[in-house]
Design a protein around this ligand. Sequence first.
Ligand code: CO
Length: 468
Amino acid sequence: MSQTKPVRITETILRDAHQSLIATRMSTERMLPIVEKLDQVGYHSLECWGGATFDASLRFLHEDPWDRLRKIKDKAKKTPLQMLFRGQNILGYRPYGDDVVEYFVQKSIANGIDIIRIFDCLNDLRNLETAVKASNKEKGHAQIALSYTLGDAYTLDYWTNIAKEIENMGADSICIKDMAGLLLPYKATELVTALKSAVKIPIQLHTHYTSGVASMTYMKAVEAGVDVIDCAMSPFALGTSQPATEVMVETFKGTPYDTGYDQNLLAEIADYFRPYRDECLESGLLNPKNMGVNIKTLLYQVPGGMLSNLTSQLKDLGAEDKYYEVLEEVPRVRKDFGECPLVTPSSQIVGSQAVMNVVAGERYKMVTKETKDVLSGKYGKTVKPFNPEVQKKCIGDAEVITCRPADLVPNELETLEAEMAQYKEQDEDVLSYALFPQVATDFFKYREAQKTKMDASVADTKNGAYPV
Ligand code: CO
């Protein structure tokens, strides 16, 4: 304890904080004026890209996500920029060919990303291989995130063994990704202590405040030697987001873990975001319900985002009275699916199937395509075997894959390039198209229309008229 070991912080306000609280709607325009100040804090990294931000930029904000990244990089000269990456699914919902994964990593780093946090919803490390190799090749920092979950299979031995495999794969660091806020303070002591003695690479902890324990969990994790924690500036902290940066900084002040960050500078940054938070509360974008403690998340071990998805699915089906039945069905489906973690996309797949099992009145009478794919091994290997009866009922005698799923996905860049050639303005456009073909095409058309509009107004000006 006599040794000084400042804890470092990854600031999530530009990615996870607004993804968790305001449906990923923070625009580039909103971010840019504060980036230089964020850059002065001395953060370990600034998480600002990936996850749902890519989809939301194109779909809802009509913004080019690549352009956002370049603009942030222009202003953040010192702080490493970080993104979240869904392994072979990149930022989409299906496994992509290796060539697309490699190209995406290459372009992310070329446009300004320093640290790529890569995870797989089943913790199947084969789904991370291509992204890690590509990141090593491009001299990026490859961080592998373990999707944290509870269950018989998830012993300390499980976590330490997988951590050793991650270190051997060539990852630069490990993140414990606790998307549901399930990691309890004293369990964090055990887990971090075990991981620190198992591997040499740094350990980072990512959690959400959903169940109300997150800042205590950080405190115990830091005492156990965790290297980095993920926090969000107070106006967009707590609730379904992360613990507040300023609070954690103050907590460790004067201890061996002192971050050394300037609270006055942090206060200026908070001042910038506070009016926006008020605006979001007023417009309803920020739902006060997401700000409290949701203890159901501990009872049912379901991430906050999944709870709200279930509510809206049941509403669409006019079956809102089945909410608690569905919540009880979720762990059963998860068990049938080899006790997988619940994180995008497995959370959506398990959630939808639980809804169907309850609404149809018979388990697995109705089955989604994704359920069949999971049970055929197309998403990879789970920690425990699938329930053989459920597997038989859902896929019959169909073939079950045991190889790395992406081995069966052919390279696809050339085809994609050909499909979208007419819209291409920059190399990166093909990657936007690969991930979200329809949404990206709509965006390309919008971009084209904007340009035509601008050209027209320049022409008007030349004719002596002024654009209105
Ligand atoms: Co998160």
